[in-house]
Design a binder for this molecule. Structure first.
Ligand code: ZN
Ligand code: ZN
Length: 347
């Protein structure tokens, strides 16, 4: 089968590799659709600990496909069933796994991160992942592309559940990449009255507005706070979400939040660069609630299948390019240079 194999820093090769063998309780998924994520690009640009020519890995954690083959001892699905694949799974027996947070398990694994993933024609789904419910039968009417986008969207949904969005809220999302736009669509779906997007690139913000014209642009710059003050008649944002891995936007987030507002640090910072200067008096005197989230639980993942398939949130306009796996280098370049939004890999 064809696969995009990472063998080290800036070394991603399209190779012919054997179709994975599966164990008695495992499932082989034939990939129909996968997407390139910033995380894949980071692994490509910086390399990945433990990965070299002798220990290659197939990247890709945003994917969906059909059940191609099942181990003889497994009967939970039928061959040919379309499935969305959640990448994170845990040991299955620790307190975190039992509480429904296998994604936070200390021994957690992830397809496309620690195990071979979806930039291949076929993916072996290990028994632990099959048993924990990482495969979800796709709701009717949903495309494979939408199923594959359930992974990043469910990270966004995790943030929504943690911090809340209420009818009438004014929400400010900083960072107009695919994740930022997903936060905007989630906020609109949850009943926010006004949703602002902020970015240094006017063109990126235009892209957000072209996807949903209810999104309002708030240019990043020295007068950003003044502009938001004016636009909201001094109330500022009820919720500020940082959706870019930049320390400076975390520093600015508190100032843009109103009284009793919430702040969500969604985008993590590069390791070694996460010491940030924050004005904690803003938290105190404005009674701010500050939170962060990462990944998604399987419960949240499945809930998002319903949200996406009902088109309460329509992710299809976020797909800006589509190419076979041979074009993955170009797709990575597009992510690196912030061109387009989601780059689809098909077969
Ligand atoms: Zn991702
Ligand atoms: Zn566990």
């Amino acid at each position: 089968m064809k696969a995009a194999v990472l063998t080290g820093k800036q070394s991603l090769q399209i190779r012919d590799v054997p179709v994975p063998a599966i164990g008695d309780h495992e499932v082989l998924v034939k990939v129909e659709s996968a997407f390139v994520c910033g995380t894949d690009v980071r692994f490509y640009s910086n390399g990945k600990t433990g990965v070299d020519e002798e220990h290659p890995i197939i990247l890709g954690h945003e994917f969906a496909g059909t059940i191609y083959r099942m181990g003889p001892d497994f009967t939970g699905y039928s061959e040919g069933t379309p499935v969305a694949v959640a990448p994170n799974y845990g040991c299955g027996i620790c307190d975190l796994c039992i509480s429904g947070h296998s994604e936070m398990c200390r021994d957690s694994e992830a397809l496309g991160v620690t195990q071979n993933g979806g930039f291949a024609q076929y993916v072996r789904i290990p028994e632990a992942a099959v048993r924990q419910g990482n495969l979800s039968v796709m709701p009717e009417g949903m495309t494979f592309a939408e199923a594959a986008l359930t992974e990043p969207f469910s990270c966004v949904y995790n943030a929504y559940e943690k911090i809340g969005i209420y009818p009438g809220d004014t929400v400010l999302v900083i960072g107009s990449g695919p994740i930022g736009i997903m936060h905007c669509l989630m906020a609109l779906s949850a009943g926010a009255s006004r949703v602002f997007i902020s970015d240094i690139s006017e063109q990126r913000m235009d892209l957000a507005v072209s996807i949903d014209s209810r999104i309002e642009k708030l240019s990043a710059g020295d007068d950003q706070l003044d502009t938001l003050t004016e636009l909201t008649k001094g109330k500022l944002a009820d919720l500020v979400i940082t959706a870019a891995s930049i320390a400076k936007i975390q520093e600015q987030a508190f100032a843009l939040a109103g009284i009793n507002a919430r702040v969500m640090f969604f985008g993590g910072l590069p390791s070694g660069k996460s010491q940030v200067q924050l004005d904690t008096n803003e938290i105190h005197y404005k009674q701010l609630t500050v939170a962060g989230t990462t990944r998604q639980s399987l419960r949240q993942y499945r809930r998002c299948l319903d949200i996406i398939s009902s088109r309460r949130v329509d992710l299809r306009p976020l797909i800006t390019s589509k190419s076979p796996v041979e074009g993955i280098g170009k797709a990575i370049e597009q992510v690196q240079s912030s061109r387009g939004l989601k780059q689809q890999i098909t077969w």
